[in-house]
Ligand binder design. Structure first.
Ligand code: IVH
Length: 668
């Protein structure tokens, strides 16, 4: 390549990387895979190394990340928040180890003490504690200046507002990764789809989007978590090594990933990587590699830093969860609530060790927004065990023969009418007897997370429907041996097992039954809240919208949906027949532990010693819960000045009333 061509290419790569930085950091909408980004980045690095005179002063290789958004106020980090060098192969890691030994003047057979950590796939933040109090929190931004998101971070239950240590250090800055675990990620996407908003492509984007809310009430609704992994500036305290730091901060209430491990020598780093690869799919959150750090801080200081990355650490990335493939067909599928979802049938492709042949396209609006067509070459991504999704179309591969799938005018399974409810993005089949809906409802009821009827999967449910043995979930409990023996290839033993599994499911926890009923907007989490608030299915069925709204996290849409479900005569009959069949769910115990375990607080009036959000968090940290309205179930009302009707109601009901000081006394 001559100088002119190199200059052109450097400019082009810089422009492209800038664009992708903005898409990734500022808009949470990456359009290329990490691997593709890394390839562009490396190409630019190589060219700059070969033609140093052409390297631009503001080259993306000299930056740590994107620019912070203007709308948040900006915070200068105590010390720069560096990035990490990436490694992809075993050889990259042995090179890293060799480089360290050379730099430190050690022999090739020396064994370095490393601290291995999972690489969390979330958003990097900095938390500043002054005299033990959480005072300011920010995102990484460009590594030098970040966005101030203190109020949003305060909504994260894992972040202590006050360090549990006496006396606290004068200053402690910790860095960590805010992430959204997979279960709430799935729930959030379901809710977004119901509400007609585009779903997040992965938990990292969801975490970034949640943390960058100008209204912290929205952040508070997203159950974000954090693991901390590095110190920033600190004073009044010392740490001798990374393992010392990570062992001490949890004692003060700062969460650290329990999977961290000190190892000696690079061979053991390899073993740690294998172990994490193997665990990856079973973790409740996404990790995208492991981070390997030289453990003693004295050695870290000797090794120092390059312009954007430390010499003493490396991120060893897992194979990407994304892959490129072709959409062979787009097929509408009908779910248990009648929602019709376009599903992409893909040319089979391996995505980080798993063969993928289907991907959800979510809904027509989303499909049109991404302009996804049958025949397109696309990037697919899978996060944990979440259904794979199409991230984007590789438009450069378009041939002109690709076709769009029109919105269906009737149900593709039962031929019945479909509707698009105003304000909703979903297209729904409203046929009550639609066999596709019934199939999905039965499968959902029997599934592992609901009533967990082992063996009653798709194959058998289909036969039950074909033989017209069931028309609702209660019918399952009236099936006999003779019924099952009509199945193809059914043996006595298998039949006994199925009947035993059905019998065993009669005493599942109440929350599983509530979830299994498939009430719209009631996922596993809401089902648990409802089970512990109402104790029995009858109490829940009797509750009106107003009472439902007193349950923590239940909003008007969810309350209306539950009330509608129990107003429906057919549904009430199903509940009655479940009872007749002997389904008697176990009542769940509330979470124990914590001095306010099982206690409900209501805060009212003008509070001066703490904000309402802080108070809520203090109560929740101790296992209690803060409610919005006073009822017989309220244990304490904390009243500030000018408390009105809630205080009156508390007095009427004989609920204990505290002032702010008395509440703080209780907390001691
Ligand atoms: S250490 C100089 N440890 O990865 C030390 N980073 O690619 C910098 N990350 O910006 C960070 N898990 O957002 C570190 N256990 C871990 C991490 C981790 C995830 C993220 C972090 C960082 C990025 C660099």
């Amino acid at each position: 390549m001559d100088t002119n061509a190199a200059a052109e290419r450097i400019k082009e790569l810089s422009r492209e990387l800038e664009l992708h930085n903005r898409l990734y950091y500022e808009q949470d909408k990456p359009e290329i895979t990490d691997a593709e980004y890394d390839a562009l980045f490396r190409e630019l690095q190589d060219l700059e190394a070969r033609f140093p005179e052409l390297s631009l002063p503001d080259s993306p290789t000299k930056r740590v990340g994107g620019r912070p958004l203007a709308k948040f106020s900006q915070v200068r980090h105590t010390t720069p928040m560096l990035s990490l060098e990436n490694g992809f192969t075993e050889a990259d890691l042995t090179d890293f180890d060799d480089r360290i030994k050379r730099f430190l003047g050690l022999g090739g057979d020396a064994s370095i003490s490393y601290l291995c950590e999972p690489k969390m796939d979330g958003v990097a933040v900095e938390l500043v504690y002054r005299h033990g109090l959480f005072s300011i929190g920010s995102t990484r931004g460009d590594g030098i200046v970040g966005e101030e998101v203190t109020e949003n971070l305060k909504t994260i239950k894992d972040i202590p507002l006050r360090l549990k240590c006496e006396p606290p250090p004068e200053l402690l800055t910790v860095r960590g990764e805010v992430y959204l675990p997979l279960a709430p990620f799935r729930k959030l996407n379901e809710e977004r789809e119901e509400a007609g908003e585009p779903p997040f492509a992965n938990p990292r984007n969801a975490a970034a989007g949640s943390l960058r809310q100008l209204d912290s009430k929205i952040t508070a609704k997203r159950p974000l978590s954090i693991f901390c992994y590095a110190p920033g500036e600190y004073s009044g305290i010392t740490f001798s090594s990374q393992s010392d730091f990570l062992a001490r901060i949890p004692e003060w209430g700062i969460p650290v990933n329990p999977l961290i491990e000190p190892v000696r020598g690079i061979e053991n780093v390899l073993a740690y990587y294998q172990e994490m690869m193997e665990k990856r799919d079973r973790l409740p959150y996404e990790i995208d590699g492991v981070v390997v750090k030289v453990d003693p801080y004295a050695l870290q200081r000797d090794l120092g830093e390059k312009s954007r990355t430390p010499r003493w650490a490396i991120a060893w990335k897992f194979p990407p969860r994304q892959a490129t493939t072709v959409i062979e067909d787009i097929v509408p599928s009908v779910g248990r609530t009648g929602v019709i979802t376009p599903v992409a049938h893909l040319a089979r492709v391996e995505v980080s060790g798993v063969m993928v042949s289907r991907a959800t396209l979510h809904n027509w609006e989303e499909m049109e927004r991404k302009d996804i067509r049958k025949g397109d070459t696309v990037i697919v991504e899978r996060a944990g065990d979440v259904i794979p999704a199409v991230v984007r179309v590789v438009t450069e591969k378009r041939q002109g023969t690709e076709t769009l799938l029109p919105v269906p005018l009737s149900c593709p399974k039962c031929g019945g009418a479909v509707v698009r409810i105003p304000g909703e993005v979903a297209v729904r089949c409203v046929g009550l007897a639609c066999p596709a809906q019934l199939l999905e409802r039965l499968k959902h009821f029997a599934s592992r997370r609901a009533m967990d009827i082992d063996g009653l999967g798709e194959k058998f449910v289909e036969q039950l429907l074909e033989l017209k043995l069931v028309k609702d979930v209660a019918d399952i409990y009236f099936l006999t041996e003779a019924d099952f023996m009509r199945f193809e290839r059914m043996g006595k033993k298998l039949c006994e097992n199925l009947l035993a599994a059905i019998e065993g499911s009669k005493s599942r926890e109440l929350s599983r039954l509530i979830y299994g009923l498939g009430i719209r907007h009631v996922g596993e989490h809401t089902a648990k809240l409802l089970a512990s608030a109402f104790g029995t299915i009858d109490n829940l069925a009797r509750a009106g919208e107003e009472e439902l709204l007193t349950v923590r996290e239940v909003g008007p849409q969810v309350a209306a949906s539950i009330a509608d479900f129990f107003k429906n005569e057919e549904n009430l009959k199903v509940i009655e027949r479940l009872r007749e069949a002997g389904v008697s769910p176990k009542v769940e115990q509330k979470r124990l532990g914590g001095r306010f375990s099982g206690k409900t607080f209501v805060f009212t009036g003008a509070l001066t010693r703490f904000t309402r959000d802080d108070a809520k968090k203090m109560v929740e940290q101790e296992g209690g819960h803060a409610a919005g309205s006073v009822s017989k179930k309220t244990d304490y009302v904390v009243a500030g000045a000018e408390a009105g009707s809630k205080l009156e109601k508390a007095v009427q009901l004989g609920v204990r009333v505290l002032n702010e000081e008395e509440f703080l006394e209780l907390m001691k």
